[in-house]
Design a protein around this ligand. Structure first.
Ligand code: TYC
Length: 103
């Protein structure tokens, strides 16, 4: 862990710098084949969205090419991407999901 050295008149105090964990965006990508209902199901099943939120996100992805599902620590984001990809493959859909570091 990085440290800051803060000097005052009599001594140097070494202070640990505490960093919050990096967060990662999980992003859904549009395609021409995955049914809209399946995308809504994915958003409710893996991202805890209600039906209205899921429909909004799905339509945003449909119109804009991509959309944000949620922001999580690395391991959670990675698990969600794997769950979505596995579920899509199992159901024969080409739906793609990726993660990006949230600066
Ligand atoms: N574009 C798809 C269709 O018209 C629907 C869709 C929405 C697919 C969002 C993927 O991430 C997606 N059936």
């Amino acid at each position: 862990m990085s440290e800051d050295n803060i000097s005052n008149n009599t001594q140097t105090i070494t202070k640990d710098k505490v960093k919050r964990p990096s967060m990662y965006e999980v992003i859904l990508l549009n395609d021409d084949y995955t049914p809209m209902e399946f995308v809504v199901d994915v958003l409710m099943r893996y991202f805890n969205k209600d039906i209205d939120q899921a429909n909004q996100i799905m339509m945003h992805v449909h119109r804009n090419g991509k959309g944000l599902c949620g922001i999580y620590p690395f391991d959670i984001a990675e698990t969600k991407v794997m769950q979505v990809m596995n579920y899509s493959i199992k159901n024969g859909h080409p739906l793609q999901c990726k993660m990006e570091k949230n600066k």
